[in-house]
Design a protein around this ligand. Structure first.
Ligand SMILES: Cc1cc2nc3c(=O)[nH]c(=O)nc-3n(C[C@H](O)[C@H](O)[C@H](O)COP(=O)(O)O)c2cc1C
Length: 381
């Protein structure tokens, strides 16, 4: 395609063009009225950056340490399930793009590529995200496989004990593998590139789970049905202790939204907390992660890194998160738009756009390094 994209919104528009409705809306949508989804992005506009003038910014560094990894940017790629829905190169394309940019890649439990396949593809730092299934043996095995495959971090997502109410998926009839319903068939036919590859390159299975879950039972299930059938509702902080004892690499808790939980996670020994509302896909009405950052930062003892996750669409959003006390941010949809737009090249585009925007924001604000980005440069609007 060889197209030049100069912002994330352009990648989003291309993703919209390339994907049949069920796939696009599964990626794009949020829960219920999508209040949190919208809030996640808009909240960044309520913080203004007051620049500092006449600082020598000729030696710019955006380097930092995230989860023990010397990262060129305070950015990681968040775990997102079922990437095969968006492009036939699926998780491979995202992982390879992350490796090329030396950023931490996260693989979802419900990925369409296995733990081992990713570790055979990239040698850069990787994080495996786990959901706790009712079948504890399954979770224990996933952790063992993650260890064996050489991942440096494990991430427990705590905001998905039941599925968020994603109404767009009811509308479009989203399922895995994709269902051809009367409603969706026209949309599939209008997206011939996607459709052709759906037949040539299948790969729509939940690769990490195929050995444990009955294939016939799972076939055609919506993501919500899968979560409500399989995930463990008894999940509690005791399970986090259990996980800490079974995993001696970096441990990340994803989906923490209040100061009390953050403190508990820190006490149990979490190396990082991802302040996240799952991109507005779980509890609608929950706060934008950027707004939860300061109270959480003030409550913890600085023993755990803070990663803000949700609504990042511009490099200036990264700047604001760092200024308000985040160690890094993570992105989901921005790289998925890139994946759907252009495969690996599109993911690289998404990362490069955010990198250039972040660097420009730093220079225009008089900051040469992350240490120069201070809270007093941010005022609520
Ligand atoms: C299509 C899609 C699938 C996702 N799948 C997962 C998942 O399997 N596990 C998880 O912890 N979070 C998942 N998330 C949430 C992301 O990790 C991340 O929290 C969210 O995308 C951040 O918001 P953003 O999309 O505005 O960047 C998913 C998000 C999207 C958009």
């Amino acid at each position: 395609m060889g197209k030049n994209f100069y912002n994330i919104e352009q990648l989003r528009k291309q993703a919209r063009k390339n994907l049949p409705d069920p796939m696009f809306h599964y990626m794009e949508g949020g829960a219920d009225d999508e209040v949190s989804l919208e809030r996640n992005c808009k909240a960044f506009d309520r913080y203004q950056i007051t620049p500092k003038s006449l600082r020598d910014i000729s030696n710019l560094s955006t380097e930092t340490e995230v989860l023990g990894h010397k990262s060129p940017l305070p950015l990681i790629l968040a775990p997102t399930g079922m990437n095969r829905l968006f492009h036939h190169h699926k998780e491979y394309a995202v992982a390879k793009a992350a490796e090329k940019q030396n950023l931490i890649y996260s693989l979802s439990t419900v990925a369409t590529t296995s733990i081992e396949a990713i570790s055979n593809t990239i040698s850069s730092p990787k994080m495996m995200q786990v959901y706790i299934h009712k079948d504890r043996e399954l979770t224990r095995t996933l952790v063992e496989r993650t260890k064996k495959a050489g991942y440096s971090a494990l991430c427990l997502t705590v905001d998905t004990v039941v599925a968020g109410n994603r109404e767009r998926d009811f509308e479009t009839g989203m399922g895995l593998p994709p269902k051809f319903t009367l409603k969706s068939i026209a949309s599939f036919l209008l997206h011939s590139y996607w459709l052709r590859h759906a037949f040539i390159n299948k790969g729509f299975t939940l690769s990490n789970l195929t050995d444990y879950i009955n294939k016939d039972e799972m076939s055609g299930m919506s993501p919500a049905e899968y979560i409500n059938n399989q995930f463990d509702r008894t999940l509690s902080w005791k399970d986090l202790e259990w996980l800490r004892n079974h995993w001696d690499g970096k441990l990340v808790i994803k989906g923490v939204q209040n100061a009390h939980d953050a403190k508990t996670a820190e006490t149990i020994g979490a190396d990082a907390i991802m302040i996240s509302n799952h991109g507005g896909r779980q509890l609608d009405g929950s706060p934008a992660p950027i707004d939860s950052l300061k109270p959480i930062k003030e409550a913890i003892n600085g023993q755990t890194q803070l990663i803000v996750d949700g609504g990042i669409r511009r490099g200036s959003d990264i700047f604001k998160a760092i200024a308000l006390g985040a160690d890094a941010v993570s992105i989901g949809r921005p790289y998925l738009y890139g994946l759907a737009a252009l495969g690996e090249e599109g993911v690289i585009s998404a990362i490069s756009i955010l990198k250039e925007e972040f660097e420009r924001t730093m220079m225009l604000s008089g900051c040469s390094s992350l240490a120069d980005i201070k809270e007093d440069m941010i005022t609520p609007y």
